[in-house]
Design a protein around this ligand. Structure first.
Ligand SMILES: NC(=O)CC[C@H](N)C(=O)O
Length: 353
């Protein structure tokens, strides 16, 4: 098999083995998840990133489309210590460069110490270190991808029927399939709207609740979604996951900031401040809420105290920074979706007059 090179913004160039050929660039991040590689590789929130798996063997239970979170591979490239042929062949067929036989511990400790950084990859028969450096130098900061929603959102509205118990308007900023199925499984009809839907588009659906999905990039760039939240705040119950929490908070007058290297993994401990209970959660984010505006912090990350859950009884808002829907799990926090649908039908809802 041929060589590959990984160029990091700090000047390092690592030699690796090419598993799927190509040249690309992206923000270098890592996940500590030891399972769920199919879900991670199809999670739209990974757009414009290069995903390093810290778990040393990726692909040991094959590749099945039933486990995909969207229809295509979303990171710009994948890096593993050892990758099976199943995964390598899948990524090659999708045209997504992949490399292995590299010291992923060095990559992870570098990102932990220096932060998520620009990265270039060159993999395949003619790849050179210079190609990787050139690719890295073409990498834009994440916040410069101002229209990243266009890469991951539906182009046209679509409906997923779940029984008609509630109508959810889902702003698709890069929604994972599991968010939609978690709502339809509970009896809701989910009206998926493009990331740049207008307040009129949302009103046309006649929703009981507005749901802002997860998604890639800087939440401050999702200006249309923020305008929708602003328009309906106080009139329509709202919920959000990950980017959804960030977009809702910013729209309501709070703010977000970029983290050094973010949270990506499946065992992030989150404490509910109302019950003092801790649950294990799946996470994938590089930004966090720093000013919560009118929202009350209900949950925090046990490792670093960052905001994990927000709520407003006055505005009928409930959000999570982590992924209650995540597959293959853990599923400790799936009850979030029951809370969202309770909000849609609850008597404490503020009626629009
Ligand atoms: N999973 C997500 O929705 C990620 C949200 C946002 N892009 C971040 O990195 O923080």
């Amino acid at each position: 098999m041929s060589d590959a090179y990984i160029a990091l913004a700090d000047g390092r160039v690592l030699k690796a083995r090419a598993r799927a050929p190509g040249r690309t660039r992206g923000e270098l991040v890592f996940t500590t998840a030891y399972t769920g590689y199919e879900e991670s590789l199809t999670d739209p929130s990974y757009a414009e990133q290069i995903l390093t798996f810290s778990y040393p063997l990726i692909g040991n239970y094959g590749v099945r489309t039933e486990r995909f979170e969207s229809e295509s591979v979303r990171p710009n490239a994948a890096v593993a210590r050892e990758m099976t042929d199943d995964v390598a062949d899948w990524l090659a067929a999708e045209g997504v460069p992949a490399v292995d036989h590299v010291d992923t511990r060095e990559i992870v400790t570098t990102v932990r110490e220096e932060g998520a950084m620009a990265c270039g990859i060159a993999a395949g028969p003619d790849a050179t270190a210079e190609d990787a450096v050139e690719a890295m130098e073409a990498c834009k900061p994440m916040s410069d991808h101002v229209d990243i929603g266009a890469q991951v959102s539906v182009a046209e509205p679509t409906v997923h029927e779940g029984g008609g118990d509630a109508d959810v308007a889902l702003l698709d900023c890069g929604a994972k399939g599991s968010i939609i199925s978690s709502l339809t499984d509970r009896g809701a009809d989910v009206h998926v709207l493009p990331y740049d839907a207008t307040p009129e588009d949302v009103a046309a659906v006649g929703p009981d609740v507005l749901f802002v999905s997860n998604g890639p990039g800087d939440p401050e760039n999702f200006v249309a979604a923020q305008a929708v939240v602003d328009e309906f705040a106080g009139d329509l119950p709202m919920a959000g996951i990950c980017l959804g929490q960030q977009v809702i908070t910013s729209a309501l007058g709070g703010s977000t900031e970029k983290m050094t290297f973010g949270h990506r993994g499946v065992n992030q401990p989150v404490k509910d401040l109302r019950t003092d209970k801790v649950v294990m959660t799946t996470q994938n984010h590089g930004y966090t809420v720093d000013d919560t505006g009118p929202l009350e912090v209900t949950q925090v990350n046990v490792n670093d105290d960052t905001v994990e859950g927000l709520d407003s009884e006055d505005l009928d808002v409930i959000t999570r920074q982590y992924h209650p829907e995540a597959n293959p799990g853990p599923h400790d926090s799936l009850g979030f979706f029951d809370e969202v649908l309770d909000l849609a039908t609850s008597s404490r809802r503020v009626a629009a007059d």
